[in-house]
Design a protein around this ligand. Structure first.
Ligand code: NAP
Length: 302
């Protein structure tokens, strides 16, 4: 199958292209983004420049494709890249270009929590994008993952760096909300399995990992796996909103935004977990990943 992947150079896109190349599937695999990837592409994968906010820029990459994997999404906004522009208008442009290229199959990367009633605009715009695609008449499959971890993530690696360098692991509020982290390669596998499978047409899959954690518990797991002596510190939401506001003013890629805080104050779990119930996988455990990815300098795990 000939596939074009919007946002295909990002964290999930990289795992997807690697697995596509390893499994030597038929057809071609094009990844589209605004900037060229900062790493070498696997054999058989080709990069195309394109911006989902500009339909015309998608034309060349979409030509001859049979399926679109629509991964483009942003966690923090900038002046030019807002949730409405990227998630909603961008999805409209991708859909329009898919239709004019004669493509009938689309897979979309949404997120657990996507809902019109969600507190965060990130989740509300993801939901609107889902609805646009469901109403399109194309064979559409939606993935709603919880937070992803794996090589190059901005999630576990951030906490590991804080634990190692500051000896503090911060919690947003009381840290009792639940999270269901999933290994990026497990999700990539599920997306590739769904690609040409008619049983997935018209379906929405909730994707989680092997275990549900409360944030507070996850911080302890990170500290224990890496043998770190840390303090797990609850931070008042009002204080963190102030920090986030400053970050948003002064940094182009803030590590904390007010939208992220809203998301962390909601449960983020996949029940049922379709990675297991539909795709039949055993999720790769987060604890095993921590030991593999962050070995101690003396050779001990952690
Ligand atoms: N990572 C997670 O934990 C997680 C959890 C749930 C859902 N998701 C969803 O899964 C999808 C993939 O996430 P990810 O972690 O791989 O994201 P990512 O690493 O931030 O990658 C985003 C990709 O989108 C591209 N992009 C951004 N703006 C674009 C635009 N206007 N036009 C075209 N391409 C654009 C980026 O490249 P350029 O900047 O060069 O354009 C990059 O290739 C997203 O939709 C995200 O919302 C992720």
């Amino acid at each position: 199958m000939n596939v074009v992947v919007t946002g295909g150079t990002g964290f999930l896109g990289k795992a997807l292209m690697e697995q596509w190349a390893e499994s030597r599937r038929d057809g071609w695999f094009r990844v589209l983004s605004r900037h060229p990837p900062a790493y070498a592409l696997p054999e058989g994968v080709e990069w195309f420049p394109g911006n989902v906010s500009d339909s015309k820029s998608l034309e060349q990459a979409f030509e001859g494709a049979q399926a679109v994997f629509h991964l483009t999404g942003i966690l923090s906004e900038t002046r030019t890249q807002t949730y409405e522009k990227v998630h909603v208008e961008g999805t409209g442009n991708v859909l329009q270009m898919a239709k004019s290229a004669g493509i009938t199959r689309i897979l979309y990367l949404s997120a657990i929590g996507a809902s019109m009633e969600a507190p965060s605009r990130y989740h509300r715009t993801k939901y609107v994008a889902e609805e646009i695609l469901k109403a399109s008449g194309l064979d559409c499959t939606i993935f709603r993952p919880s937070v992803l971890f794996g090589p190059g993530d901005k999630f576990l690696s951030l906490f590991v760096a804080m634990g190692r360098n500051l000896h503090v692991l911060p919690l947003i509020g009381n840290g009792l909300k639940r999270i269901h982290p999933v290994f990026v390669r497990d999700l990539a596998n599920a997306v590739l399995m769904a690609g040409g499978n008619p049983e997935t047409f018209g379906r929405t899959f909730r994707i989680g990992g092997g275990r549900i954690y409360r944030y507070r518990e996850l911080m302890r797991v990170i500290a224990d796996s890496l043998h770190l002596k840390v303090i797990v510190l609850s931070q008042p939401v009002g204080f963190l909103n102030g920090v986030a506001r400053l970050q948003e003013w002064f940094f182009s890629s803030p590590f904390l935004t007010r939208e992220m805080i809203k998301m962390a104050l909601e449960d983020n779990v996949a029940i049922p977990n379709d990675l297991v119930t539909f795709f039949g996988m055993s999720p790769f455990p987060l604890e095993a990943y921590l030991e593999e990815a962050f070995p101690a300098s003396d050779g001990r795990p952690g």
